[in-house]
Design a protein around this ligand. Structure first.
Ligand code: ATR
Length: 276
């Protein structure tokens, strides 16, 4: 029940109506009997919106597209890994006495991808080929460096791929040379394969035998063609909801000090996805 002690949480983005995070976090609050509520919000202006969150006493807020970079200008402190990634997806507000709250920004996307991968493989010392060079690839890449993995990057647009590879101090593999790669893990960080383009593949399927584990960050459909082709060739597969649920659990732990109830969060995500 919402009352005077309810803690406020939410997500800011534009658009934000499609976000699965309210379903995931509200289910977690309910399961643990915590008096919190998580709502989607679309600020008409980011600076005004941020001031509003502070002033109204929000405890924790997720940040999604297009604000993950711009929000960094408003924060009192930024976690070092979020700083390296250059994007913040999580705000943590702490009230200091009666005055304004202190706000620290984090990035839990990299924690989500590392945790999802850790269910299948020891990342330290593993070699990982990342497909893509956008914001998701940056978060996944810096996360893998934190975990002690060796990274390779491939991308449709070579210049963009080389730029990220330079920042991660890793090797860029042109698309036509991916057939020569041998790695433990393949991660698709592009939107290739997302509905309604179910049949699209980010890599030639016959090359999937080169990897033990294949992870997709696309979660609609849940079982992408990439994951189907990988499973058919004996790879262990990790679906896109895993990263989402683990990054959500990391936010939940930060905000509440409690471990995120992973199974409940995943179920909430699945139910919400199926209802659409
Ligand atoms: P995000 O921040 O979600 O990662 P992004 O910054 O737009 O999104 O990056 C999208 C990534 O997916 C890029 O690496 C993009 O490749 P390009 O650099 O060549 O644009 C990749 N991508 C998107 N659609 C693609 C497609 N149809 N085929 C191959 N790569 C694609």
């Amino acid at each position: 029940m919402i009352n005077g002690s309810t803690q406020l949480f939410g997500i800011i983005g534009n658009p934000v109506e499609h976000s699965l995070s309210p379903a995931m976090h509200n289910a977690a609050f309910a399961a643990l009997g915590l008096n919190g509520v998580y709502i989607p919000m679309r600020p008409s202006d980011l600076a005004d919106g941020f001031r509003g969150l502070r002033s109204l006493g929000f405890s924790g807020v997720s940040v999604t597209v297009p604000y993950k970079v711009a929000i960094m200008d408003f924060l009192d402190e930024i976690d070092p890994v979020a700083h390296k990634i250059g994007a913040v997806n999580t705000l943590f507000f702490q009230r200091k006495g009666a005055g304004e709250s202190f706000c620290k920004g984090f990035n839990t996307d990299w924690l989500g991808s590392n945790q999802a991968l850790a269910e299948e493989i020891e990342l330290k010392g593993s070699t990982v080929l990342i497909i893509g060079a956008g914001g998701a690839a940056r978060a996944v890449g810096f996360g893998l460096l934190e975990a002690g993995a060796k990274i390779l990057i491939t991308n449709r647009t070579e210049a963009k791929g080389r730029e990220l590879a330079d920042q991660l101090n890793c090797t860029f593999i042109p698309v036509h040379e991916v057939s020569q790669v041998r790695a433990d893990v393949l991660i698709n960080t592009t939107s290739v394969g997302m509905a309604p383009h179910h049949d699209a593949l980010p890599i030639r399927p016959e090359l999937l035998v080169q990897f033990s584990v294949v992870m997709d960050i696309v979660y609609a459909p849940l079982e992408t063609r990439l994951l189907q082709e990988a499973a058919a060739r004996g790879c262990r597969t990790i679906d896109g909801l895993k990263m989402l649920q683990h990054q959500g659990a990391a936010q939940f732990a930060l905000w509440t000090g409690r471990e995120g109830p992973l199974a409940i969060m995943r179920n909430a995500l699945l139910t919400e996805l199926q209802s659409r």
